[in-house]
Design a protein around this ligand. Structure first.
Ligand SMILES: CC(C)(COP(=O)(O)OP(=O)(O)OC[C@H]1O[C@@H](n2cnc3c(N)ncnc32)[C@H](O)[C@@H]1OP(=O)(O)O)[C@@H](O)C(=O)NCCC(=O)NCCS
Length: 173
């Protein structure tokens, strides 16, 4: 199966161990790691390499998002085979925000999920204080499915987790 996805401006390819230094530089920013519900912060030396090494291709499709050959972020599907669905996750380096890259990459990955991976549902979640991520999911055609109130403890603070989902039959390629 094709492991490289091309969009108008981006090439999405599998992450490799050689990407670790650039991933480390981009994710370690508080604005990036700290905006997510689960990426550790501080993102200490070696964490990028450990994360890339832990990716299990039989359950996860994780892509480097590249622009002009430079890694600008990452996006992936974490599969739940028993339910023929997957969770979408993504981040972009701070200097690459606001250019529509997350939305552009998300469209390509959702297309892969529905057309090639046989998924019937793709879902995602974000912290309540991260409306930009919700806006990306809305632009991707997802529906707001609900908010889990104070569902996560992030840096010791209870935070809402906002859930979005897209069914195969709702998807407009
Ligand atoms: C969330 C994130 C991936 C967005 O990446 P991006 O490439 O800038 O996203 P896009 O440009 O495709 O779209 C962002 C949209 O959110 C909008 N937006 C930005 N800040 C916003 C805010 N505070 N409130 C509401 N919308 C906002 C932008 O205007 C844009 O919408 P538009 O195209 O209609 O103008 C990026 O900010 C990021 O990596 N954040 C840190 C990690 C993270 O949050 N990952 C997701 C965890 S669930």
């Amino acid at each position: 199966m094709e492991t490289i996805l091309a969009t108008d401006r981006l090439v999405l390819r599998p992450l490799t161990p050689a990407d670790a230094p650039q991933v480390q530089r981009l994710v370690a920013a508080r604005e990036v790691a700290g905006a997510t519900a689960d990426i550790p912060f501080p993102f200490e030396a070696g964490m990028a390499a450990a994360w890339i090494g832990s990716i299990d291709p039989s359950h996860q499709r994780v892509f480097a998002i590249t622009s002009g050959g430079t890694l600008v972020g990452s996006i992936g599907l974490h599969r739940d085979e028993a339910n023929a669905q997957a969770e979408l996750g993504y981040w972009l380096g701070l200097q690459h925000w606001g250019k529509g890259y997350a939305t552009e990459a998300g469209r390509a990955v959702i297309r892969r999920g529905f057309l090639d991976l046989g998924l019937r549902r793709i879902w995602a979640s974000h912290l309540g204080r991260n409306p930009a991520s919700g806006h990306v999911l809305e632009k991707l055609g997802m529906r707001h499915e609900g908010t889990l109130r104070r569902h996560v403890l992030r840096f010791g603070v209870p935070e809402d987790l906002v859930h979005w989902g897209l069914l195969r039959e709702e998807w407009r390629p």
